[in-house]
Design a protein. Sequence first.
Length: 428
Amino acid sequence: MNNNFKQAREQARELDRRDPLRNFRKQFWIPKQADGREQLYFCGNSLGLQPKAVKAAILEELTLWQERGVEGHFKGERPWTTYNDLLRGPMAELIGAKPHEVVFMNSLTVNLHLMMISFYRPQGQRNRILIEQQPFPSDRYAVESQIRMHGLDPAECLVEIAASGNGRIINETSVEDYLAEQGDKVALVLWPGVHYASGQLFDLARIATASHKAGALCGFDLAHAAGNVPLKLHDSGVDFAVWCTYKYLNSGTGAVGACFVNESHNQRVGLTRLHGWWGNDPESRFLMGSEFVPAKGVDAWQLSNPPILAMAPIRVSLALFQQAGMTALRHKSIEMTAYLEQLIRSELNDSLEIITPAEPENRGCQLSLRVLAGRDAGRALFERLEENGTIPDWREPDVLRVAPVPLYNRYDDCWQFVNQVKRYLSIS
Ligand SMILES: *Cc1c(COP(=O)(O)O)cnc(C)c1O
């Protein structure tokens, strides 16, 4: 082992000792390997780990149901009918929204459809949706099917903005340029906050501003941004956003999704929206009238009563984010990802390419890596790592994603990751 690499381990241990957030790791269950050692878990971008307090929070709701039955809707410490009110404040804080611009409901793709039903209203030649090249498949399927639902052809109406070079990084200028030239044909810009494959973080305000200048609306998929990077949805002028809570927000597999609608749309008349009783104004919801009276803001998009057993983990998770604070989390995240990046560059430069942008303002915690020897070598490396209790993830065709999460990962995890990769690629 070379001296610099040895010293890097000392440095990692020192950084961990001094980390003001180090105790948060103890509040999570870290999965174990067969031999009882903790996994090196780098997959918080796919499924965040379970906060230890989650089980008790779910049990509390089960107990309320057990002991009070239907009264749980209105009685007890946290009545089910108003459960969203417990969550929207802390969530709004994390993403820079007003509490009444945020609601938890359904799942990401469902919410994306509900949003597009309202905010993709093609008219005449203004019928295009702008998305990034190679979007997450679900988003693409959703967009294509929305276009078809209007009797239009995705080959004409779905526009993918290509990466600027031959890599996977898309310059915001490409979006601005397209909108400057063809903006009168664009109805909606649907963009990621952080791209799932490349890890690129986009400038939301810039994209929203360019969209509005062209007369288009602008929505964001924040699946990889929420809980990963600080956001200012309201001030950025974003029209709507959707995200899931099982990635960086640690709320469990298939957890309930969330949705943001800018309050500037509250007064809009003639909005197309699918309705259900839970979107009715709570004041008259239980009067069982035949006329739909929309609740204020984003709440009007709710269809059904909320799945409380699935929402309880969100309450626990958001409390941890509140305790840690996004500023401190982001600070550690930038430092830890830079530590990992620097180590990869110094130890693995001949074997790995980092796809993710180098500037902290253009990325979250995730680094996306490519094994230079090719896809098969990359896939083999991923499998070796996994067999040995190190959990990054693999995204076809050739991306190894590593996400050191500031709530529970350690600098030393990053060192051990690089050490293992060196070993498996036979570099010493
Ligand atoms: C994770 C992810 C999804 C998942 O969608 P679900 O509806 O929650 O299954 C969709 N889009 C993007 C960009 C994602 O990263």
